[in-house]
Design a binder for this molecule. Sequence first.
Ligand SMILES: *Cc1c(COP(=O)(O)O)cnc(C)c1O
Length: 360
Amino acid sequence: MPYLEISKKNFFHNHQMIAQAITPKEKKGIKGEIAIVLKDNAYGHGIMEIASLAKEVGIKTAFVKNLQEALSIKTFFDNIAILYPNSLPNKNALESALKIPSISFCTPSLESLQEYPSKTNIELKVDSGMHRNGIDKTKLRDAFELITTRNLNLKGVFTHNGYGDDLNSAFYVQDMEFLEIKKEALKLCEHFKIPRPKFHSLSSSGALRASNFNASLPKELQDDLFRIGIAFYGYNCSSPNTLKLKPIASLFANKISTLKLKKGTSIGYSGVSMLETDGIVSTYDIGYGDGLFRVREGMELYTTEGYRILPRASMDCISIESDTSSVCIFNDVSAFAKSFNTIPYEILVHLHAYIPRFIV
Ligand SMILES: *Cc1c(COP(=O)(O)O)cnc(C)c1O
């Protein structure tokens, strides 16, 4: 059975580094709440396990993908925002979620504001330049009108700055655009007699970049919270890499069988791997069916013990030049991400939910 170990120590370390970078205690007047993003099974780490660790370090707000995720962690947080309430629709889950006062629903359009009954907690999403989800800035007034007439509870106004990883001015252009949105929202709050909602716009890379600028704004225009995902899991995907974060997940697999093979023997599908010397090769019980990307010819990947992973991976197993009863496939997915020309998020999030997670 493959399994994931989640390092509590590294999670706590990351939390400390993030807090120190974004809301340093010694800087007076810096406010801002660190919220955790737990969507997609906590980026493949196991939503229950990560929720329990987040609660332990005092995190009060979590962002999840869908209704089911929100319900699964309802006892852990004071505020749970559902980013995509309509993905995985389920009438019973919706009814349950509507009854829980800590749960709020992200609304990316004027139409979506009409889907909810009176008193529903709403996080209004506004487009600030990513041109993905969210209402246009010019529709802000219409949204406030709908919120008032439908008697919705406006908990937040937010956007997603999609340029945090790019070291150019696009990030700041979007940041300024959200500042304008916040100013407009404050005017509308006054007009419609709605209490000031929480403002938020920054994910890991953006928060690390802009928390100082945020703190320099007049208090009422500051973002109130930061939506931190990948940094909690131990990866700093933007350069320059200033924070010393530690990956929290290690993936292990157990041995299925072992063969002693002669030099020149080919292994696996199409025999693409060939032994250059006599050696021992074992198969281990994780494959691309479990969500680990399919290691194939041309890729050089090693377990953390230094054993070579032999292409091609199969659906339910992989061959490794090793004889040990279990191996650690990775304790940092950076090498996998590089080999597959992708980002750590994509490697991690694919790990199947049925793989057991253990907090160590
Ligand atoms: C996923 C997500 C985040 C977290 O992004 P990270 O880069 O993992 O910190 C923040 N906000 C929204 C809306 C997201 O969808």
